[in-house]
Structure formats: C-alpha cells, structure tokens
Design a protein. Structure first.
Length: 129
C-alpha cells in the first residue's frame, strides 16, 4: 500500500488550470456552434420579416450587422472564457490541494494500492517513498 501524504500545491494549480482551460475550450466550442445557429436563424428571420408603419414599408434594419455583432460577441466571450476557466481552475486546484494537505496531516492521507506487471518499477517506487 502506498499512502499519498502531500500534494504539491503549485503542481496542482498548473494541472487544474490546464484541465479547466481544455474543458472550457471543448464545451465552449459546442456552445459557440449552437449560438451561431441561433444567430443565423435570427438573422434570416429579420431579413424575411417586413416592418411597415401605416402601410409604408420601412427598410432601415440591416440584419447582417446583427449577425456580425453577435458572432463578434461570441468570439470575445469564448476567448475571455478560456482565460477565466484557466484562472478558476488554477485557484480551484490550489485550494483543493491545500485542503487535502491539511486533512492528510490530521488523518493520514489516501491509501492507494499500486500494482505493476513487473517487480522492478514497484520495488523502485517503494524505495523512493
């Protein structure tokens, strides 16, 4: 049995930041795809609709600018979201590892069984710990 006594806080912060940034990147791409479909539908709806006052058609609305502004907003939100997710993941990793280290000092840490097919690496691991 191997017991995890301590987690390096800086290492956990780096791992947390990278994991959260990757997760946000993947899921935000899906969100951006659906958002662009919605904006495309709204833009075509606005192009096809007719606005009239007292029977006189009004044509001052440009739906292309709506779509452009919406997609630009999505892109900015996407980039800021990746940065925010990385910062949040780093902070979460730091707090989680600090909390684990505190609790491990009180109660002894996690016990993990490590098995290897070969006897060499496991014996080396036991000697290092």
């Amino acid at each position: 049995m191997v017991t995890v006594k301590r987690i390096d806080i800086v290492s956990a912060m780096r791992v947390g930041a990278l994991v959260y940034a990757i997760m946000f990147t993947v899921f935000a791409l899906l969100w951006a795809l659906f958002q662009s479909l919605i904006l495309s539908g709204l833009s075509s709806l606005a192009n096809n609709s007719s606005l009239s006052f007292n029977g006189v058609p009004q044509s001052g609305f440009n739906a292309g600018s709506l779509a452009t502004a919406g997609l630009a907003g999505c892109a900015c939100g996407y980039l800021l979201g990746i940065v925010a997710a990385a910062i949040g993941g780093g902070i979460f990793g730091l707090v989680l590892s600090f909390s684990y280290n505190l609790v491990a000092n009180w109660f002894g840490g996690l016990r993990v069984r490590v098995e290897a097919d070969e006897a060499g690496p496991l014996e080396k691991l036991k000697r290092e710990m």
